[in-house]
Ligand binder design. Sequence first.
Ligand SMILES: [Zn+2]
Length: 64
Amino acid sequence: MSTAFSYACKDCEGMETCPGKVVATTKDEVWKLMELHAVVAHGEKPNSWDAETRNYLGTLIKSV
Ligand SMILES: [Zn+2]
C-alpha cells in the first residue's frame, strides 16, 4: 500500500523545464501544495482552474 503521493510540475504540459515537485501523505495535501507552487512559481490563479484543468492535473498525481 502506498504511503505518499507526488506531483512533478514537469509532467504538466508546457512545464517541462520546471523542477518543482511536491510530495505529501494525502492527495488533498498534494493539491494544496500544487496550488501554492502554481501561485508562487508560475503566477497562476488556482481559483480559476476549470474542471478540465483539475481533471488533467489530477492524472499527474502519482502514488509513491
Ligand atoms: Zn512549476
